[in-house]
Design a protein around this ligand. Structure first.
Ligand code: NAD
Ligand code: UDP
Length: 343
């Protein structure tokens, strides 16, 4: 089959490209490179030995999305395209609503026009808000998001559900990711944040590389066994294989389905630091710092539905995630940017 991946040059998109190509599918990527670069796709092609049809353009631009769908025979879309920096979304909310909701609406209209009514959407565990109930199950009532980024996921879910409700030909799969980390085992593709990373794993990697002097662990007075926050970290290749399963499902079913993509295992910040040191035989300078505003004490998935319905399960361990993240970081200290064009 032939799948359109909006935002396919980004962190999760590029790993999903590898997974889909390796499974024998064709991949078409539409990305405006606002947070990625074409080099990621070149490396996907290097890993898989397959070509990707790459279009540079904005998913909010109706004419470009229609142009891609006119030219390519698409069976279903995976909609990764979006801005994702939580802090930035608080500073420039209108850009986030415009980009993330605009892209979702424009894409759906163009897909409907081309009779491709199948979409897999990148949602997030953030839609559960500060749920006191863990593990989180898909049927938990949605919570209050703590930032505009989270609300764009919440609202995009709503938009997609309403679309499938109004037109029974649609197949919508909402994937609620927990905390994606790690990289492809080749070390050729990985997470390439711009500026000072917000997320734990890229910050750990840059600290290990000496780019940052010290990891601050935000809070050690939470109501958790070691006092630090608990999250459900999932290897990005496991996440990628979840998209393959979700696409297969979307091609066979109509209506809306929601799946958590997580391991079901909670890991504290302290446990993550220890696992990183163990997996990579190094010492990570770290200290405790005050809580980060907006953080919740614990978040981890109940992944039973994805296992039962999609036949999907995460297989990588925390040590695998730490090893592969460091393999990528240590071989690409400046991400994709310092690649010698002569190579
Ligand atoms: P990313 O920033 O690496 O990838 C997003 C891609 O979308 C980038 O390549 C960017 O250039 C592109 N893009 C953004 N706006 C666009 C537009 N209007 N038109 C075309 N391309 C556009 O992020 P990621 O980590 O790969 O995340 C992919 C998706 O998953 C995002 O929607 C994100 O919100 C969601 N998500 C990510 C996480 C996470 O922790 N990484 C967790 C939950 C959900
Ligand atoms: N965290 C930390 N130091 C950092 C970055 C993150 O202690 O430099 C903690 C953060 O407080 C949270 C956990 O690591 O408890 C995961 O944070 P991340 O931003 O990666 O994911 P999210 O909070 O969005 O689930």
């Amino acid at each position: 089959m032939r799948f359109l991946l909006t935002g396919g040059a980004g962190y999760i998109g590029s790993h999903t490209c590898v997974c889909l190509l390796n499974a024998g599918h064709d991949v078409v990527v539409l990305d405006n490179f606002v947070n990625s670069c074409p080099e990621a796709i070149r490396r996907v092609e290097q890993i898989t030995g397959r070509k990707v049809a790459l279009y540079e353009g904005d998913c909010c631009d109706e004419s470009i999305v229609n142009h891609v769908l006119d030219r390519e025979q698409i069976d279903a879309a995976v909609h990764f395209a979006g801005l994702k920096a939580v802090g930035e979304s608080v500073s420039i909310p209108l850009n986030y609503y415009e980009n993330n909701l605009g892209a979702t609406i424009t894409l759906c209209k163009a897909l409907a026009k081309h009779h491709v009514k199948r979409i897999v959407f990148s949602s997030s565990a953030t839609v559960y808000g500060d749920s006191k109930i863990v593990p989180m199950r898909e049927d938990l009532p949605l919570g209050e998001c703590t930032n505009p980024y989270g609300w764009t996921k919440w609202m995009s879910e709503r938009i997609l559900r309403d679309t499938a409700y109004a037109d029974k030909d649609w197949s919508v799969v909402l994937l609620r990711y927990f905390n994606p980390v790690g990289a492809h085992e080749s070390g050729l593709i990985g997470e390439d944040p711009t500026g000072i990373p917000n997320n734990l794993m890229p910050f750990i990697c840059q600290t290990a590389a000496g780019v940052r002097p010290m990891l601050n662990i935000f809070g050690n007075d939470y109501d958790t066994p070691d006092g630090t926050c608990i999250r459900d970290y999932i290897h990005v290749m496991d996440l990628a294989s979840g998209h393959l399963k979700a696409l297969e499902y979307a091609c066979e079913h109509k209506g809306t389905e929601i799946f958590n993509l997580g391991t079901g295992e909670g890991c504290s910040v302290r446990q993550m630091v220890e696992a990183f040191e163990r997996a990579n035989h190094l010492t990570l300078p770290h200290q405790y710092a005050p809580r980060r505003p907006g953080d919740i004490a614990q978040s981890f998935a109940d992944p039973a539905k994805a296992q039962a319905v999609l036949g999907w399960q995460a297989t990588h361990t925390i040590e695998d995630m730490c090893r592969d993240a460091w393999n990528w970081q240590s071989h690409n200290p400046h991400g994709y940017r310092t690649e010698n064009p002569a190579e």
